[in-house]
Design a protein. Sequence first.
Length: 65
Amino acid sequence: MVKVGKKNIIRITQIRSRIGYKQKAKKTLDALGLRKLNQTVEKVDTPAIRGMIKKIDYLLKVEEN
């Protein structure tokens, strides 16, 4: 088993409802693992995750540890 250095973790919370937004925004929420309003998930901070957050930043709150 190879140990990798400490990864940066970010907390992502859905703060607005998905109702009324385009299907692409809803699928991005699903890809991030957000299914309900005020749900929080923790993800490793990668460029792919940052790109998803940037696309739907109006629906999310992001906290960095």
